[in-house]
Design a protein around this ligand. Structure first.
Ligand SMILES: Nc1ncnc2c1ncn2[C@@H]1O[C@H](COP(=O)(O)OP(=O)(O)O)[C@@H](O)[C@H]1O
Ligand SMILES: [Mg+2]
Length: 487
């Protein structure tokens, strides 16, 4: 019952895992571009805000600066015109005074010209002033000022025609009652105008200060907004990066677990294969070998008994004995090939020497074997690894290389055991290896012991396979115990 349910449960589990992966895949496929688009939009908005803030600040600063310059220029211009009016008025008073005291016709003319010139200038000043933009209050004051100035000149005109006698009679009164009060009135009006001018400047300054404050608030808003958008984008980015990091970490963990499992599995496969070979080899040697020996002995006994009765049967039994003998030999060879007991009993060096000799004899190809003399016995795994690698490399040479010579070199350095198998065959393209699991198996055995495999090969230039195994710790090396060889 449980046996039947097992596959279904596994199926469910598999579908569950598949479904999860599919969901995860579609989530990642749909969501990652969305998040990316959002992030791009966020960064874009932030940059746009910064750009707008920058342009705005340049524009507004320029505007404020212009306003400031304009209002100052207007104020200074007004002050200049007023100062012109005052100066001219004072000059006019002086010239009038002088004219009234003058008793000569020629100097009178001079004073009249001076006064005429001042009048012209005052008109020019008025024209200039009229060009400036004025507030209604300023316009009103200005009109009063202009009327007063015109009245001043209007009253002066008949006086300029006075005779010396008229002057002597009326000069004091005219100066006292007409010129001084009117001059004072005009000066008061200019002062009034100056006050208004200052007021305009103060108002404009206040407006500029207000604009500057608004600008500061606007900039502050921009900064706050950019910072907020920046913070949101940064948060998103961090979350996105974190999620990717976690996913990556998970994937890494998954692949590491899968890799570890695979490594454990391949190590188990290699061990199991070795164990299996050893068992079959022993079975062949011990059971079938023994049985064949028994058959041979029995046949020998029957042969002796039957010799007198039937020479024909004796011949058959002799043939059978020979067949049993040959089969025993083949079984022994097969058993040795599978797992030479020599490897376990005498160690790597004699086993390799035996294998290489029989290989060379079987395939008729010279194989040179050089083994470091200082090499002592190694733990079983090391010896098996080297032995199997030599077997696989030599088999490859015969199968794929068409070589005419093979060199095997086994040496040890301070830390490593190095096996090199080199042939002078046709080589192969390393970038596109084909075929079975031989090289992979070699590499796997080496990796299990902390070593590695390297292959050098070129088309028509032979192949060199090199295996490097770190030497085992001294404690793991078995004592040298040469024992009986049982082949
Ligand atoms: N000594 C060699 N000379 C030429 N080609 C080789 C040699 N050793 C290996 N190869 C190439 O590498 C491939 C992989 O070898 P291997 O892993 O042992 O698998 P297999 O021997 O089962 O094909 C072979 O199929 C062959 O093309
Ligand atoms: Mg092979």
């Amino acid at each position: 019952m449980t046996d039947h349910q097992q596959p279904n449960a596994q199926q469910d589990q598999k579908e569950g895992a598949d479904g999860f992966l599919r969901k995860l895949g579609s989530r990642l496929l749909l969501r990652q571009p969305d998040i990316r688009m959002l992030l791009i939009a966020g960064f874009g908005a932030m940059l746009l805000l910064i750009l707008i803030s920058g342009l705005e600040s340049v524009r507004i600063t320029e505007e404020i600066r212009q306003q400031e310059t304009e209002s100052h220029t207007r104020f200074l211009e007004g002050e200049r015109v007023l100062s012109d009016i005052r100066t001219n008025l004072l000059w006019a008073s002086i010239w009038i005074g002088d004219f009234l005291q003058s008793r000569s016709e020629s100097t009178d003319d001079f004073y009249r010209r001076q006064l005429w010139g001042i009048r012209q200038e005052l008109q020019i000043a008025r024209t200039q002033q009229a060009m400036l933009p004025l507030t209604p209050e300023q316009v009103e004051t200005w009109n009063r000022l202009r009327t007063k100035v015109e009245e001043f000149w209007g009253m002066l005109e008949p006086v300029l025609g006075w005779t010396p006698q008229e002057k002597a009679r009326q000069a004091g009164r005219f100066l006292r009652e007409v010129v001084i009060p009117r001059r004072t009135a005009i000066l008061q009006l200019t002062d009034e105008f100056t006050r208004l001018n200052r007021l305009v400047l103060e108002n404009q300054n206040a407006e500029i200060t207000k604009a500057a404050r608004q600008f500061r608030i606007r900039m502050l808003l921009h900064v706050v907004l950019s910072t907020l958008v920046g913070a949101v984008v940064a948060l998103w980015t961090m979350r996105y990066a974190r999620r990717l990091e976690v996913r990556l970490q998970e994937q890494y963990q998954e692949s590491m677990t899968a890799k570890n499992n695979l490594e454990r599995l391949s190590a188990k496969v290699v061990d199991a294969q070795e164990e299996e070979r050893r068992a079959i080899s022993r079975e062949l040697h011990d059971q079938i070998g023994q049985a064949l020996t028994a058959i041979k002995v029995n046949l020998g006994m029957v042969e002796q008994k039957i010799a007198a009765v039937s020479p024909e049967l004796r011949e058959r039994i002799r043939e059978s004995k020979l067949l049993a003998e040959q089969t025993m030999q083949e079984i022994r060879d097969l058993s040795r090939l599978l797992r030479p007991t020599m490897l376990d009993d005498l160690g790597l060096v004699p086993a390799l020497e035996w294998y290489v000799r029989s290989f060379s004899r079987r395939f008729g190809i010279p194989v040179s074997l050089q083994i470091d003399r200082t090499l002592r016995r190694l733990p079983e795994q090391w010896e098996t690894s080297i032995y199997r690698s030599v077997q696989e490399a030599l088999t490859n040479t015969i199968r794929h290389s068409e070589a005419t010579k093979v060199f095997i070199h086994l040496e040890q350095s301070l830390e490593n055991l190095i096996l090199t198998v080199e042939d002078n065959g046709q080589g192969f393209e390393l970038s596109s290896p084909k075929g079975g699991l031989g090289l992979i198996g070699m590499s796997e055995r080496a990796r299990q012991l902390g070593g590695g495999l390297s292959v050098e090969s070129k088309q028509q230039a032979g192949t060199r396979v090199r295996i490097t195994l770190p030497l085992p710790p001294v404690a793991a090396v078995p004592e040298e115990t040469p024992s009986e060889v049982s082949l």
